[in-house]
Design a protein around this ligand. Sequence first.
Ligand code: NI
Length: 174
Amino acid sequence: MSIREIAQLGNDALRIVAEQVADINAPEIQQVINDLLCTLEDTSGVGIAAPQIAESWQIIVLASKPTPRYPEAPDMPVTVMINPSFTPLGAETEKDWEGCLSIPSIRAKVPRYKLIKISYTNQQGLLESSELEGFVARVFQHEYDHLNGLLYLDRVETNQDIFSESEYLKQIAP
Ligand code: NI
């Protein structure tokens, strides 16, 4: 397990559509999963996607917990999701603040589906599905976008919804 460098905005690795994982037990895949867990733990982030460590595989980790970056985040177990997919439950979206380890010092308001049904293969190779809402649904949709070469800034409705982190901390979440 090692802490990997996080690809930063402008890096091609963030703009590639990631490959489906065929063999979860392949040593390369297990290494990617372990490195993702290790790298995320080293940050105050609440999720990470394999392309962020320049590994183009459909693997994300969700780990919502209250952190200095997201003090209001609900606690959930660290969850590895392989080949994840989702469908919105209803058309309702809400706009709220996001940040990204690949885009330091910036926060922006992003519209996301409020309620979604997700499915994925877990680390044991079993198919799982569940419903997510609110903040955790938002984190899932953010990480899922990384697997398709999308970043949250691509979804911002107006440049006025983009803040420097220092202004965000002053005005929105002091
Ligand atoms: Ni991100």
